[in-house]
Design a protein around this ligand. Structure first.
Ligand SMILES: [Fe+2]
Ligand SMILES: [Fe+2]
Length: 324
C-alpha cells in the first residue's frame, strides 16, 4: 500500500515536472523569438543609416608637448592613439574587404564602401598629428616600425595564415565596438571638455561621431557569415589584448622620450586626470563594453546616433538626412 502510494506520488511529481518543463520551454521559445525579433529590428535600423565621407582639415594645428590641459598622462595616452589608429584602421579595411564579395545585401555593400572611406579619412587626420610630434622631437617612425612589424607583419599574418581571416574580421568587429563605446563615453562624461587646442578637440569629436555612425557595419558583415558566438567572443578577447597592449606600448614610448616627463610626474598627472573627471570616464566604460558578451547583442541596441549627429552639426559638418 505504502509502496503504491509512493509510486502514485512519484508519478504525479513526474507529471507536474513535465508540465513545468513544457511551460519553461514555451517561455524560452518566446524569449528567443522576441530576442531574435529585437535583433532583426536593430539590424534593420542599422541598414537605414546613410554614411557620409567627410574630409576634414583637423590634426595639423599647433599643439604643446602636453597639449591635454598640461597633463602629461592624458596627452601621451591620446598621442599613443594617434600613433596606433591609422595602421589599425587600415587593418579594419583589409579585414572587412576580404569578405566584401560575399555580401549580398546592396545596402550593406554601400555601407561597407562608406565605412572604408571614413576609416581612411580618420587615418589621414591622425597622421597629420605625427608631423607635430616629429617636430617636438619624438622619433615617431621608430615606434611605427616596430608596431607595424609586431601587430601586422607578424600577428595579423599569423592569424590569417594559421587560424583564418574570420579572426581578423571578428577582432575588427570587437575593436569597432570599443571605439563606438569610447566615443559614447567621451560624450556622456565630457572628458574632452578640458583646456586643449580646438583643432585637437574637433579631430577627436569628429572621429568619435563617425565611430558611432558606422558602428554596426563590420558587425553586420560578420553576421552575414553566421560566425556563431564562440568566434565573436574570440575576436573580443584578441581586441582587448591588442588595444590595451599597443596603447600601453605607445604611451611608454612617448613618456620615455619626453625630457619633461618622468615615471613619477606621469603617475602624478594620471591621478590628477582621474580626479578631474577621468574616474567618471573609466567607470562608465565596463558595462557597455561587456554588453558585447550578451548572446543577442547588436551595436544598434545602444542608441547614440543622435548624440553624434548633434555634435557633427555643431562642428558645421554634413549630417545625413536618413533616420538615425
Ligand atoms: Fe576610425
Ligand atoms: Fe571605425
Amino acid at each position: 500500500m505504502a509502496a503504491t502510494l509512493f509510486k502514485r506520488k512519484t508519478a504525479k511529481e513526474v507529471l507536474d515536472k513535465s508540465i513545468d518543463q513544457s511551460i519553461d520551454h514555451k517561455k524560452a521559445g518566446q524569449t528567443m523569438r522576441s530576442e531574435s525579433r529585437r535583433r532583426t529590428e536593430s539590424a534593420k535600423k542599422a541598414r537605414e543609416v546613410e554614411l557620409t565621407e567627410r574630409r576634414v582639415p583637423y590634426g595639423a594645428g599647433p599643439m604643446d608637448r602636453h597639449w591635454f590641459a598640461g597633463n602629461r598622462a592624458a596627452s601621451h595616452v591620446v598621442n599613443s592613439l594617434h600613433l596606433i589608429f591609422p595602421d589599425g584602421e587600415r587593418f579594419f579595411i583589409r579585414s572587412v574587404n576580404h569578405y566584401r564579395k560575399q555580401i549580398q545585401d546592396p545596402v550593406l555593400k554601400k555601407q561597407v564602401r562608406m565605412f572604408m572611406a571614413q576609416e581612411i579619412q580618420h587615418g589621414v587626420a591622425h597622421e597629420r598629428a605625427w608631423d607635430t610630434l616629429r617636430e617636438q622631437g619624438f622619433p615617431v617612425d621608430e615606434f611605427l616600425e616596430s608596431y607595424r612589424k609586431n601587430a601586422y607583419d607578424r600577428l595579423e599574418g599569423f592569424v590569417n595564415r594559421r587560424i583564418g581571416h574570420w579572426l581578423s574580421l571578428s577582432t575588427t568587429v570587437a575593436l569597432e565596438h570599443y571605439t563606438a563605446t569610447l566615443a559614447q563615453t567621451v560624450f556622456d562624461t565630457g572628458v574632452l571638455e578640458h583646456d586643449m587646442p580646438q583643432d585637437m578637440r574637433d579631430l577627436l569629436y569628429w572621429h568619435a561621431c563617425e565611430e558611432i555612425e558606422h558602428k554596426s557595419v563590420a558587425f553586420d558583415v560578420m553576421q552575414e557569415l553566421k560566425p556563431g558566438y564562440f568566434k565573436r567572443i574570440a575576436g573580443f578577447i584578441m581586441a582587448t589584448f591588442q588595444l590595451l597592449g599597443f596603447t600601453i606600448q605607445g604611451t611608454r614610448f612617448m613618456v620615455k622620450r619626453d625630457p619633461e616627463c618622468s615615471f613619477w610626474s606621469f603617475h602624478r598627472d594620471f591621478f590628477r586626470f582621474l580626479r578631474r573627471g577621468g574616474i567618471k570616464f573609466f567607470l562608465a566604460l565596463p558595462l557597455p563594453l561587456l554588453d558585447y558578451l550578451r548572446p543577442g547583442f547588436h551595436p544598434d541596441d545602444h542608441e547614440n546616433r543622435m548624440i553624434a549627429a548633434e555634435q557633427l552639426r555643431k562642428q558645421g559638418l554634413p549630417v545625413s538626412e536618413s533616420p538615425i
